[in-house]
Design a protein around this ligand. Sequence first.
Ligand code: SF4
Length: 268
Amino acid sequence: MKTSGRDLARKVRSIGESREFEARSGELPTWCPGCGYFGIHHGMNDCIRRLGIPLHKVVTVSGIGCAGRYPFFTKTYGLHTVHGRAVPVATGVKLGNPELTVYAVGGDGDGLAIGGGHLPHVCRRDVDINYVLFDNSIYGLTKGQPSPSSPMGMKSKASPRGTSDKPINATLLALSYGASFVARLFAGDKKMIADVLLEGTKHKGFALFHIYSPCVTFDKSYKTWENLKKWVHPLPETHDPTNLRQAFDQVLEDDWSVGVIYRRPQRE
Ligand code: SF4
């Protein structure tokens, strides 16, 4: 059924008026229907609402890509910067005003290719910002090229014989470089996203939220909703997120477990 202009206006108004969506702006996201980013947006919005801090004390910084549009869809302060630079700009915002709660957001192409050089350093410096990495293993905005997290052999218009590169595991990379809070999540579980984002945002130090998400338009074979729902599962109950060795073992043995992988005990 087609949505009329009046229905759309009503929907935008109800989003603006609803407390549940109070951190959302009146702009309807321009992502493709069914994109996993809607779930991440819902989880982030819920986290920011539950944090209970005024929206003018929250800043969302993005780079380029489908996820780069994120700041338009939230009522927090926002910066839509250049390709791969969400993390350094977010670092600058935090250093300029440490009272702000700062989120860097972006996709796997933005954050692991052109911006990949920033991740090791923000981890080792343990800057108190939150990095929400939307990982769908594809460049969506430029119509479906393989990204640094695409699996070997993934076929696309840009790689008709399949990719020959090994993928980057962002969770493992963050652990290796000393990030003090590392979580892996799934766009299909909005509640877990909100709960874990809340915990990680309260954590003093750098927090990576590595979120698996489908690109429904350009990826019909790998991170589809169908596959992710089959593959993703919670961390084992015995997992101790304060044990770094266990965190490494878990990530090396299992690509699809989600939850808080590692949390360094906080200094008093
Ligand atoms: S192209 Fe893919 S990642 Fe981009 S909005 Fe559409 S479904 Fe989402």
